[in-house]
Each structure stands twice: as structure tokens, then as C-alpha cells.
Design a protein around this ligand. Sequence first.
Ligand SMILES: [Zn+2]
Length: 684
Amino acid sequence: MPRERIVERLRRELMGYGVLGQNERIPERPSFRYLIGQLYPACADQAAADEQMQLGNDTTDVEIDTRDEEPRAAATVRADEEGELDDRDDPHAGENQDDDTPRVSHPFLPQSIGLTCNVSPEATWVDAEVDFGTYREVPPPGGGRGRSDWERTHRNHQHRIPIPSSDSTLRDSISFPGAGASDPAATLEWIIRRNRDADGEVTVILSAFLINSTAWPLDDADPDRVRVPEDGYCLFQPALRLMDREGSLPFVDRKPESRWASTDPDLERFKLLFRCYPEFAVGHGCAASWSGVSNDLTRSASVFTELIPEHELPRVVYDPLELAGASTRFLEMNHLAGLAVEDLRPELSTLQTAYRRWIAAREAEVAGAGFPANLITKAREHLDGCLRACRRIEDGIDLLCSNADVLHAFRFMNEVIELQQRHVGLVRLRREAETQIALGRVAIPVSLPPSGPAYRWRPFQLAFILMNLRGLVEPGHADRRLVDLLWFPTAGGKTEAYLGLTAFILALRRLRARGQTDPQLPRGDGGVTVIMRYTLRLLTSQQFQRAAALICACELARERHRFGTEPFLIGMWVGSALTPNGVAEAAEVLRGGRSLNGGDPRQLERCPWCGTRLTTPDYTADADTARLSIRCPEVSCEFHHTDLPILLIDEQIYGRCPSLLIGTVDKFARLPWQKSFSVTLWHC
Ligand SMILES: [Zn+2]
């Protein structure tokens, strides 16, 4: 499986051993070779070192070790904080730190890793197993000045930890000395707390740590300085595993009730949503994982440290046939764009019926035996939310069936989104063809993909659009007070759902303006209609191209739908470091000069309609008319003889009020101080 191979290679690359086996010999220091999983030794005289560290060692010295030909950073360690264990899980929290608790000498030079888990009160022991590697320097043959090799020794130690049968706190440890005086020593330390609550329920909490207990080497020449220890003093690839070798399942779920004892409503929701995800251990200085989980998810056979935690996030799979039975035509954009009003309800209701069926199944689950009683109230709240969403979908369908303008706008939306999707496909094909040519392969043919059933909404997109129709159409509707969050994993199609609503509202405004015939009054169809706001780094050129393709589609369909004379435009409103603020400045950049802030008007790499590459001659800046025009060089493109409906310069945006404004958050933050922009929004 490629995924397993990639994960395995990543582990070897970052943490080591395995490439060359347990007794590998590598031609460089393991600390250079591996980035993760190094436990440093304890300070030889911890008290003295602590004191010395407190005495104003607030600089970081970097020394170059000249014995090797590679530079070696030996940082003077300053550790005036013992930021080791998270208090929530730290069994020593609030206790005297002078005892022999495991410590992490420095947040960046960890000395230990550990686990805290809950053990079943019936268990009488837990088996611990530790693994790590130590590396020994092997000088070059003949004692020359060449580079040393480093040879790994694998260490494995096991110990059975007894669990006390009476309520108490017990701490103990066992040392695993190295083979010789210069070989690093390790210690397994554990703390067991057996408590009984007011109801007589017994809880056994076990914390176990693997510690590098080698003495920290002081600098012979400068005893006041604590140096970063040599690799030979460190433990590499450390692992700690707890289990019962005789096969019982000694570990119990760490009681989500106490874990999430909070009144935070979000945490309350998590309790419900993650009820099927038990937590058998928490890591200290590492992550924790477990294996051998019982079918009822309450017990596990082992818990272990995990220095590179992994989790597979499955793709969201949806099967429209499963949702709708035999036909998925109600999701096809082309079909919806021409659907007669009498067919609307029977077709679109498929979605709402399927959703109701899903809600009913969840309701049955909540009412059934086995559903946790403490989560029923929260579950019913969630189901109420689902029912509200379902009613909003039904309401959207009612509106479509009863209002001709709304239906016209809905059809327009389906038409232009399909067109946008086909042109995004064309751009992708053109891009791939160029790559093939660059690789010296035969170019794939590039043509506009045909309209048809391939272009269909994902059910969540259509549901999102339908549930928002009423709020968009009626300014006084209660939904206007809602903020709908569309949550879906990346690449799931969120953007198209937003763009669908964008196309709908653009069309609706044009339709409503038709009834306004008084020349003294504004028609109300132009101006900024939709704002999309992105955080600074998240607005990618690809996202802008997709939105631009939609506006191109709207603009080409405008006349046929008799949507007035005002063009549909898209404005890219970003910082001046990206695009110059004024057209004169843009003209200067196009002539080969530089703008004030280094901005460049040539922000479009390709024509969003056909994918042809755009170059400097395709941009024309005219300071007199304050216009930066962009035309596609491809003769067959609709935007060869006419400007692309795209505004990239602030001055143009303020002057022409684009229908769709895409901006970055920093621009919106400046809104109160920028009169010209307030005027733009005033024309919304
Ligand atoms: Zn083009």
C-alpha cells in the first residue's frame, strides 16, 4: 500500500533506524541524521546546574566543535522553567517537585517520554517494555582525520509493574544501566494512584516514564557551562509500551466525563460526536496510541508512546444513487437549468426526503437501547438543528415553485455554474497539455468538455443553496440573522456552493431591477453584490480564477437573459504588495518600471475562460480612463475582442463597483479609514 510505505519512509527519515537495521552504522552523527526522538541525559549535579542556569545565562552561545569537519551547535542550556508535564494530566501536579519525579531538563532537550493511562482496578500488574538505541562513535580507520561512523546498539528492557490492591499512591523505578561506564543508562519510573470516589468507584491511574538517566557532562574547561551533550550520551528512537503479556485487556477508557468536565457548549458537542472514540492514554513529551481495543470500546490490550502520531482522515464519499434511488437527474445542472415548474417539487424533494430519512434513522438510534443516557439531551438538540435545516430546504423548494423571478435566477445559476465548471475543466486540460509538451510527450487534445450529466451538484451543495434561498430573497426574513457555516473537508466543493449562491443573487437583482422603470431612481442591479473575504494567505490564484470563470459565464449570459447594460465584474481587492493601487502606477509597471510597493498588475497567469497564458502585451493600462484592460491572446476565445470582466486595481474597483468583490482580510480591516471604499460599498 503506498500510504503505509510513505508513512514508513517518513518515520525512518525523521526518527531513524530501519534503513540499515537495528544495528545500523551511519556515516554521520545520529543527531544530524534524525530530527525526532532524542532523549538527553540528566544533569550530573542538577541542583548546581539549576542554580547556574538561574544566574543569568540568558544568552545562547553557539560553539563550533572543530573535532569534526561539520559545524556543531553546542548551545549553552538555559532552563529556568521546568515546563514539563501538563498539569491536567500530571500526577505530580501541585506536589513537591524536590522528589524524584521525572523531569524534562529543558523544553528543547527532553529527558523523558511518558504515558498516563487508566488501569482496570482488577488488574494486579502491567508489563512495561522499553526500546531505544544508543550510538557509539567509530573513528575512521588508521586514526586519520576522516569522518567517524556511528554504530547503533539496540536496547530492549522489560519489567512487570505491580498494581497495589489498596488505595494509595505508589512511586517506584528501575534502572537499566548501559554495558559499560560510557554507555547511556535508562530508567523506567512509574507512579500509581489508586483512588476511590464518593460512590465507592475505584480509579487506578498509572503514569510511566522512560528517562535518560545518564549523567549530564559538564564542560571540563569551563565547569560553569552546561553543554549540550554528545550523541553518545543520548537515547535515540525511544519507545515505551505497557501491556499485559498474559493477554488480558488491562486499560480502560479515561472517562470522558472527567476529561471534558466543562460547561463549554462546544465541548458538550464533542462528547456526543466523539463518543465512539475512546482515549486510553495521554502522552507526556510525545503522543500516545493503543492497540487491541475491545469491541465495546471500553478496554484495550496495550498503550504505547508515539513520537510521530498518525491518523488517516478518510475521504468523504457520497453516493447520490444511495441517496435518491434510481435517478440522480435532480442533481444535474443542465437538467435543473431547464426544469419546468411542475417538475421542480417532485425532483428536488428527493433530496429533502433522503435527508428526512437520515434524520429519522438518527432519531431511532438516540431512542434505542445502548445510546448513552447522558448524551440524549445534546443529541436531541443536534437533531432539532437537522430538522430546522430540513425545513429550510423545503422552504427553498416552496419559494422556487411560487416565485417566477426566483425560479429564473435558480435556472440562471444552474446554467452559469455548469458553464463555469466546463471552462475550469478546459483550463485544466490546457495546463495538462502544456505539461505534456514540456515533458516531450504527445500533447493531449484540448477542447471545451461537452455539457451533460457529468456536471452535477453534490447533494450538500444543492441543500446549502436551497436552504439559503428564502433568506437571500426576503430582506426581512429571520434567516438574515443567521450565519451559515459550510463545513466540509478541503477539495469537497465548498467554493462551488458559495459561487452558486453568488450567481443566484446576481441574477435576482437584475430581475428585480426590471420592474424599476422610474429613470429618477437607481435601478439597483449594479454595484457590489457579493463579498468574499479570505485570510491573507488563503486566497490563491486558482480560487480567484474559478470565481473569475463564473463572472465570465454570467457576463456572456447577461444579454440573453436581458439582465441590463451594467456588466458583471469581479474585483480582486488585495494588498498593494500584490497589485498597484492606481492605474498610472500599473501602467508604469507594464512599461517595465517598478511600483511603489513592488506590486504587479499581472496577477492572472491564464485566461480564466480558456486557460491560455497571459503575458504583458495582454494587459493595457490607460491612466486617462483609469482602466486596466485584460484581453485573451487566443483568437477563438470570447474574451479576445472584449475585455475580461476582471478588475485588479483598487482605483478601478472604487470606480466601477464590481458585482463580486474578493478581498483579503487586511483590506477589510482598513475599511473605516478609507472613504473611497466606503463609497464602493454604498453602491451595494
Ligand atoms: Zn481566453
